[in-house]
Design a protein around this ligand. Structure first.
Ligand code: G6P
Length: 368
């Protein structure tokens, strides 16, 4: 039957709240006791993965941001050099493909024109093979790729992608662990990350309980014209995704910056009219991030920080701190996406925009 919103006001809201169950679905049958089941990527995956020496990832929009996160994961945990590019750029340049390169596409719909064209172009470039991580079974991308991993998020109706993104990230962590297993990632770390993945749906449920607090916080944005999102390392793409969500549905101009680049330009924009949102998990870059936040505070910027409950950041005048449960560093990007989705959702509702069908945008861009 036709998709229904159930008790939710918008599809986007429903899809945000479905994330604990769809992340569990994305993991279903794919985890062994202490490692990832490589056959989840289809027959022949094991043999193909053993030959992978680097990876090229191509996608559009939100899916592109998932690819950016994966680059950090693949290099850190599987030791595999990875590149990420937007499909509309990739397909129109000369691409040098080193021997042993796997071509990976990410797409919710599997029908995005540029991503599909990039796959068709890549087939002529001497890649080892192609893998599609996709949400729509039987889509063009799935039919035309050598290997596939379905994200199992179920139909996504809201134009602003939410559950498709977090299930893509889940799939990309599975890919990282599948490759890591072949490339010598320690079995302790594999077991730790597999356990972390198993605990993720519960943590996401906990973060969703921040909904009320985030709704209150969203009032600080309704009258603003600009917002700046900061993240470092693997959280820079999460900042990009937070800014994209806010732009797409609330029409507030939002930019994301790696926090360390702040002083090379955007700091000039910071004043009391510019809310600054930062994700501050308890990772190795935290001290660096804290000093970036001080740079913002010193200019009168209003800060909103999403931080690990163990992080010693005190709320003060001009700085709101929202606590998230502790999560394994590697999985933090998935968890920290949730409050940013809720924030943009509530800002859009306050502004009265068409949340599920924002102006000028399409769910699936099948024409060029
Ligand atoms: C459109 C949608 C975005 C999506 C992008 C890529 O721009 O509005 O939400 O991220 O296409 O779509 P795909 O289906 O390939 O992930």
């Amino acid at each position: 039957g036709a998709a229904s919103k159930g008790d939710y006001r918008h599809f986007m809201q429903k899809e945000i709240f479905e994330q604990p169950s769809v992340i569990a679905a994305a993991l279903e049958g794919r985890l062994g006791d202490k490692s990832v089941l490589v056959e989840s990527f289809g027959p022949g995956a094991e043999a193909l993965f053993a030959r992978v020496r680097q990876i090229h990832i191509v996608a559009c929009g939100t899916s592109y941001h998932a690819g950016m996160v994966a680059r950090y994961w693949l290099e850190r945990y599987a030791g595999i050099p990875a590149q990420v590019e937007g499909a509309s750029e990739y397909r129109y340049r000369t691409v040098v493909v080193p021997e042993g390169t796997l071509f990976v596409t990410l797409s919710q719909s599997g029908e995005t024109a540029d991503t599909l064209a990039a796959l068709r172009f890549a087939r002529e470039q001497g890649y080892l093979g192609s893998l599609a991580i996709c949400n729509v079974p039987g889509s063009s991308l799935v039919r035309e790729s050598d290997l596939t991993l379905m994200t199992q998020a179920g139909p996504e109706i809201g134009v602003a992608s939410t559950k498709a993104f977090t299930t893509q990230l889940t799939g990309l962590m599975l890919l990282t662990l599948a490759l890591g297993r072949i490339k010598g990632l320690s079995s302790d770390l594999q077991a730790e990350l597999v356990a972390g993945l198993r605990g993720l749906p519960r943590l996401v449920s906990q973060v969703l309980k921040l909904d009320g607090e985030i709704e209150t916080l969203s009032m600080a944005f309704a009258e603003k014209n600009h917002a700046l999102f900061l993240g470092r390392g693997v959280h820079f793409p999460i900042a990009l995704e937070g800014a994209l969500k806010l732009k797409e549905i609330s029409y507030i101009h939002a930019e994301a910056y790696p926090a360390g680049e702040l002083k090379h330009g955007p700091l000039a924009l910071v004043d009391s009219e510019m809310p600054v949102i930062s994700v501050a998990p308890n990772d190795e870059l935290l001290d660096k991030l804290k000093s970036n936040l001080q740079e913002v505070r010193a200019r009168g910027g209003e800060l909103f920080v999403f931080a690990d409950e163990a992080v010693g950041l005190e709320e003060e005048e001009g700085m709101r701190v929202l606590r998230l449960p502790h999560v394994h560093d590697a999985l933090a990007p998935i968890l920290y996406t949730i409050p940013l989705q809720l924030l943009s959702y509530h800002v859009a509702v306050l502004k009265g925009t068409d949340v599920d069908q924002p102006r000028n945008l399409a769910k699936s861009v099948t024409v060029e």
